[in-house]
Ligand binder design. Structure first.
Ligand SMILES: Nc1ncnc2c1ncn2[C@@H]1O[C@H](COP(=O)(O)OP(=O)(O)OP(=O)(O)O)[C@@H](O)[C@H]1O
Length: 237
């Protein structure tokens, strides 16, 4: 579903992502972990087609991010680390705008958006401008928007930040359900115990380079993900 091969991205003389390769198959919840500045956001931005890269190839469901950007965008949803949405729109207008862009019919909007807004306890706020929303409310709206067009691949940068416990649980269940239905997810996080619980596979990155990736068992064996992560990043220091 997502194939990243030898991705390299530099900013002036700084290499933010260095020859990174990653494959995510349908059905996989894939976690992406690493220290601050390790290159997670840069990788995700390159994968969703909003940041140009120097070398390598990225394909989404067989489409090249560089050569077929529209085909890629049809198949994916992206939730950035900071949900800077259109402040002047109401929540309802924003969700309808997204549904319009992706050509979602009104029956599907009702079937997907309304129940999610109810579950996230956002329905009563949808008539208010996004400018009045808290960080967590914006994050909930971004999540509903991501799910609105039934994307195959969902990329999320620190999606649990700002969510209350109920919304976090809901998101975890949605992620599992999405992948059990054949979708795929890549998400970055610093919360290693959450990653350990919900990921099928995990990639550990440091200074732009992939240190280890694979199934949770392959990566951590009998240890906790936290122990393995700290051992790996410190031994590579
Ligand atoms: N627009 C930019 N211009 C210059 N350098 C950048 C830019 N964006 C990222 N970087 C650098 O690239 C490196 C990787 O940053 P990135 O944001 O991808 O890390 P991250 O793993 O997402 O970190 P965090 O966990 O703190 O969000 C960092 O050294 C950062 O300073």
């Amino acid at each position: 579903m997502l194939k990243i091969e030898h991705l390299t991205k530099t900013f002036d003389d700084k290499t933010a992502v260095d020859d990174l390769s990653l494959r995510i198959a349908p059905g996989e919840v894939y976690g992406f972990v690493g220290h601050n500045g390790a290159g997670k956001t840069t990788t995700i931005k390159c994968a969703v087609g909003i940041m140009a890269f120097d070398r390598g190839k990225i394909a989404i469901d067989g489409h090249s991010v560089k050569d077929e950007p529209v085909a890629c965008k049809r198949e994916l949803a992206y939730i950035p680390d900071n949900p800077d949405l259109y402040d002047y729109m109401t929540g309802a207008k924003y969700l309808n705008f997204l549904a319009d862009v992706f050509g979602v019919d009104s029956a599907t909007r009702e079937a997907i958006i309304r129940p999610l807004a109810d579950k996230f306890e956002l329905t009563s706020e949808l008539g208010q401008p996004i400018a009045t929303y808290s960080h967590g409310m914006k994050q909930k709206l971004a999540i509903i928007g991501a799910w609105a067009h039934s994307p195959k691949l969902i990329l999320m940068d620190e999606p649990f930040v700002g969510l209350d416990p109920l919304a976090s649980k809901l998101l975890k269940d949605m992620m599992r359900e999405h992948c059990d239905k054949g979708g795929a997810i890549l998400f970055s996080t610093h919360v290693l115990d959450v990653a350990e619980k919900i990921c099928d596979k995990i990639a550990i990155i440091k200074a732009g380079r992939l240190l280890r990736s694979g199934t949770m068992d392959e990566v951590k064996g009998d240890e906790s993900l936290e122990e393995v992560f700290l051992e790996l990043v410190e031994s590579e220091a």
